[in-house]
Design a protein around this ligand. Structure first.
Ligand code: GDP
Ligand code: FO1
Length: 310
């Protein structure tokens, strides 16, 4: 086990924001990011992996850091032509973004696994950090709503996140195996960082892969909350946490994540358990670097003075 190696669990917004700084503070070759694939979808004949793509584009320095999806400055000519021709496309796919989907899907069609295809695209993008899908087996997030079952993207984009969610199902998760890269990182890493991602739809599937939670037992687990006080920084985390039977706050985050050695919450949080408090707002690169240094300190055994609840 390498004392400096770090496994990061990621979705497609909060954790990518943190990754910008993390790669400046940690040696890139010591970091592996395992990314949620339960929101992936085949669209217009190609596999779209929103969380994997945001992580890769962010680390390659080409991501759209306003929307936190797609490529900065991308055009949408193909998407609009398709709609004009009477076609449908649930996600607005940018032209350059689509080129990466085509490249990756062709690699998969030629017989490679998702992991192998992602690794080729990662290297082509010049990304030095390890980026791996959580699994090569398909997992799909279905939200059971009052209007019937919906794929995550149908709920979030097709219906604007409005339908009331009663239950969340991850089809295929029980049979999914961790990807080879995730298995390697679980063996090699002393510490696991659960990034500030949605604990239900982004981190939930990664921790839900049979065997993964068990492998965290001998690790130092650091978790960064996606909440600012009583509210998530963005997105549907609160509603989806309630649908998953958890309180929509840091206590619910902690319940969903399980054992955590260092739970980092915002200064405004009313979390009653042991935790560390620091500003979790990540607006620009400097916020991200500051938080990454804080995490590095925790990994090196520094005990910040603002630890409470022990
Ligand atoms: P998704 O895949 O797009 O849902 O993205 P993630 O699951 O990676 O991240 C979504 C979560 O990121 C939301 O629950 C937000 O509250 C959280 N988030 C967004 N911006 C920030 C931020 O600046 N700081 C922190 N700590 N969390 C954030
Ligand atoms: N989110 C949107 O709200 N509208 C879109 O048109 C959209 C397109 C899109 C295309 C590629 C991609 O990788 C992500 C895209 N997203 C879009 C984001 C995505 O639907 C979700 O925010 C994530 O799946 C949540 O992780």
């Amino acid at each position: 086990m390498n004392p400096n190696s770090l496994l990061v669990l990621s979705g497609g917004t909060g954790t990518p924001k943190l990754l910008r700084g993390l790669v400046e503070v940690f040696e890139p070759s010591c970091v592996t990011v395992a990314v949620n694939t339960a929101e992936d979808m085949w669209i217009s004949g190609n596999l779209v992996c929103p969380d994997l793509d945001t992580v890769l584009y962010t680390l390659a320095g080409i991501g759209d850091e306003q929307r936190w999806w797609g490529i900065a400055g991308d055009s949408f000519i193909t998407h609009h032509e398709l709609l004009k021709a009477g076609g449908q496309e649930l996600l607005a796919l940018g032209d350059r973004d689509r080129a990466f989907h085509i490249r990756r899907s062709n690699l998969i069609r030629s017989g490679l696994t998702l992991s192998q295809a992602v690794d080729i695209v990662r290297r082509e993008l010049g990304v030095m950090v390890g980026v791996v899908p959580m699994s090569d087996d398909p997992v799909a997030t279905t939200l059971m709503t009052r209007q019937g079952p919906m794929h995550f993207q149908e709920y979030w984009i097709g219906s604007g996140g409005r339908p009331e969610v009663e239950r969340i199902i991850f089809s295929g998760l029980d049979q999914a195996r961790p990807s080879p890269g995730l298995i390697r990182a679980l063996s090699a890493s002393r510490a696991v960082l659960i990034g500030p991602s949605n604990p239900v739809t982004s981190i939930g599937p990664i921790l839900g892969i049979p065997g993964v939670r068990d492998r965290l037992k001998d690790k130092t687990v650091i978790a960064i909350s996606p909440f600012c006080g009583d509210r998530p920084f963005s997105g549907p985390a609160a509603r989806l946490m309630q649908a998953a039977g958890a309180a929509p706050n840091d206590s619910g985050v902690s319940d969903l994540l399980g054992r955590i050695d260092h739970f980092v919450v915002s200064p405004e949080s009313r979390y009653p358990g042991p935790c560390l408090r620091t500003d979790l707002t990540i607006t620009d690169r400097s916020d991200s670097v500051r938080l990454a240094r804080f995490i590095h300190g925790l990994m090196m055994g520094e005990q910040p003075s603002d630890r409470t609840g022990d």
